[in-house]
Write a protein that binds this ligand. Structure first.
Ligand code: ADE
Length: 351
């Protein structure tokens, strides 16, 4: 790959960023912990969705030490609705490492940051450059799109090798204002060189040397190979209540939505009779059953296609089967104490 950006383009990019950057909460701090938190929350999540979570998280958990000590249920509650919960678990694991190995102060180098749980190449680059001014690249999917268009590259941006080549090409170009430079590229990707819809090339400081603009290729670049299709999982959800209490289940400690609370569910789409039999097998005596609306939830690799029943049961029951993870929660505590992931939000109005 030849030189990605000229010195003039880099100056134009920095000048553009100083005048056009969005006013975002994490741009008002130099606290490496806060910048780290913002970068983790911003992975696969929209800026507008992150803002309230970021503020609340920092309020409740303002330091590495406070995060290292936070109890798991509170941590999950703070992350509830943001998705990709392993981000929160990795964040806490890394906070414990920072606390134990670095006296609670974030390491400054890309290499040390890279070793922490949940911090990959992009995030290590973002934290090192934004919080500490280290001249390293931070190449995420958005930056890859921008630079592929600028350079006219038709390399497949879904391949790790493409990202690595871009990082290498950027490294010698990073200016002193490394954090601004990286955020400027992120900002161009978010507001100008957008992923869906037409790129706003008239507003782009890089347009004068952009190969995709010159050759009319913004629709063709970046090239991104298709991911394999998501697995479809049909599920039947059961909202089991005895009047004052609702049955929740704690998910297993590993895998999708690990350790979070869910409505009891089972694979497949059950008819009413099968759903009632299932509820009896859990130890309850059903009184009424009502079919609710269908819903779906899309995860990265899987799609849940849900049907649901609300089932009223008698207050007496024989106790849960061993290791079932079930618990009968007073209705008043459902929302305040238990982290229920957004996958179930179509049904939380019934809780
Ligand atoms: N996405 C990832 N990092 C970001 C940042 N620092 N500002 C805005 N959007 C981002």
């Amino acid at each position: 790959m030849g030189e990605l950006l000229s010195a003039e383009a880099i100056d134009a990019l920095l000048a553009w960023y100083r005048n056009h950057q969005r006013d975002l909460p994490w741009r008002h701090t130099k606290d490496p912990y806060a910048i780290w938190l913002s970068e983790i929350m911003l992975q696969q999540t929209r800026v507008e969705a992150v803002k309230p979570y970021y503020a609340r998280f920092l309020e409740r958990c303002p330091t590495v030490e406070s995060l290292a000590c936070l109890d798991e249920e509170r941590l999950m509650k703070l992350w509830e609705g943001l998705g990709y919960y392993s981000r929160a678990r990795n964040l806490q694991k890394a906070a414990r490492t920072v606390s134990a190995q670095y006296g609670g102060r974030m390491p400054r180098s890309y290499e040390e940051l890279r070793k922490l749980s949940g911090i990959g190449d992009y995030t290590a680059g973002a934290i090192a450059s934004i919080a500490f001014g280290v001249r390293v690249p931070a190449v995420d999917g958005n930056v890859l799109r921008v630079l592929s268009r600028v350079s006219g590259s038709r390399e497949d941006i879904a391949l790790p090798a493409t990202k690595e080549a871009m990082r290498r090409a950027l490294l010698p170009l990073i200016p002193e204002a490394a954090g601004d430079f990286n955020q400027a590229l992120i900002e161009i990707g978010a507001t100008v060189c957008v992923p869906n819809g037409e790129a706003k090339c008239d507003a782009c400081p890089l347009a004068s040397e952009c190969v995709a603009v010159r050759e009319g290729l913004t629709d063709e670049i970046p090239v991104k190979s298709a991911k394999k299709p998501r697995k479809i999982l049909p599920l039947t959800l059961l909202i089991i209540r005895d009047g004052d209490r609702t049955v929740l289940r704690k998910r297993p400690p590993k895998g999708l939505l690990a350790g979070l609370y869910e409505l009891p569910n089972t694979e497949g789409h059950l008819g009413e009779e099968a759903a009632l039999a299932h509820v009896r097998a859990l130890g309850f005596e059903p009184l009424r059953i009502e079919r609710l609306e269908d819903a779906k939830h899309i995860f990265t690799h899987i799609e849940w296609q849900m049907i649901a029943y609300a089932i009223r049961v008698t207050p007496e029951f024989d106790g849960y089967p061993e290791g079932s993870g079930l618990l009968l929660v007073p209705n008043g505590e459902l929302h305040s104490k238990y982290a229920i992931p957004s996958a179930f939000f179509a049904y939380t109005k019934y809780l």
